[in-house]
Write a protein that binds this ligand. Structure first.
Ligand code: FE
Length: 171
């Protein structure tokens, strides 16, 4: 199956699941996140990274493997590093932002604060500097901010079909 078709089917079939303790489904979260990326004038890779950054939650996997790692491997094989790397780093970007912006931590949703503890907590200085050296770190930070905002119940955004062309282009 083509990568684009595979991604669309996953989101359509499994996207009804709740999004990690937030008041939106996985599909609503993905579509909101992608719509923010479009609104910001992002390149195709980053729009699709926003749409698929949590694809690891929709894939069958063991509980031991982190969703961003499962998602990364899936995305890398199908859409390449421009899509896979920002998605892989979206959890690291949260830990990074907690370190450089104290107000960022204060604004996180309760579910996101809870998961932060499992994710290792805010970065320390040397971890933050190592993160800044990653080639896709600025895209990961942008994605992270859209990710945090994409939790609005009932928000009107374009549907999955809107992304078919971009998925076909990259996949
Ligand atoms: Fe997310």
């Amino acid at each position: 199956m083509k990568a684009a078709e595979e991604a669309l089917r996953l989101l359509a079939k499994r996207g009804a699941a709740a999004y990690c303790g937030e008041p939106v489904s996985q599909l609503e979260h993905a579509l909101q996140c992608a719509s923010f990326a479009v609104r910001a004038g992002s390149p195709p890779e980053l729009v699709i990274a926003a749409l698929l950054h949590d694809v690891g939650h929709l894939l069958p996997g063991d509980d031991e493997t982190l969703h961003e790692v499962v998602g990364y491997e899936w995305l890398l094989r199908r859409f390449g590093p421009g899509v896979a790397e920002p998605a892989r780093c979206h959890v690291a970007a949260k830990r990074y932002l907690c370190f450089i912006e104290p107000e960022y931590l204060a604004d996180l949703s309760p579910a996101s604060v809870r998961s932060l503890a499992f994710q290792g907590g805010p970065f320390r200085e040397e971890e933050a500097r190592a993160f800044e050296a990653l080639p896709h770190h600025s895209e990961a930070v942008l994605l992270r901010r859209w990710d945090d905002a994409a939790k609005v119940p009932g928000m009107k955004v374009p549907g999955l079909d809107e992304y078919r062309e971009l998925l076909d282009l990259l996949g």
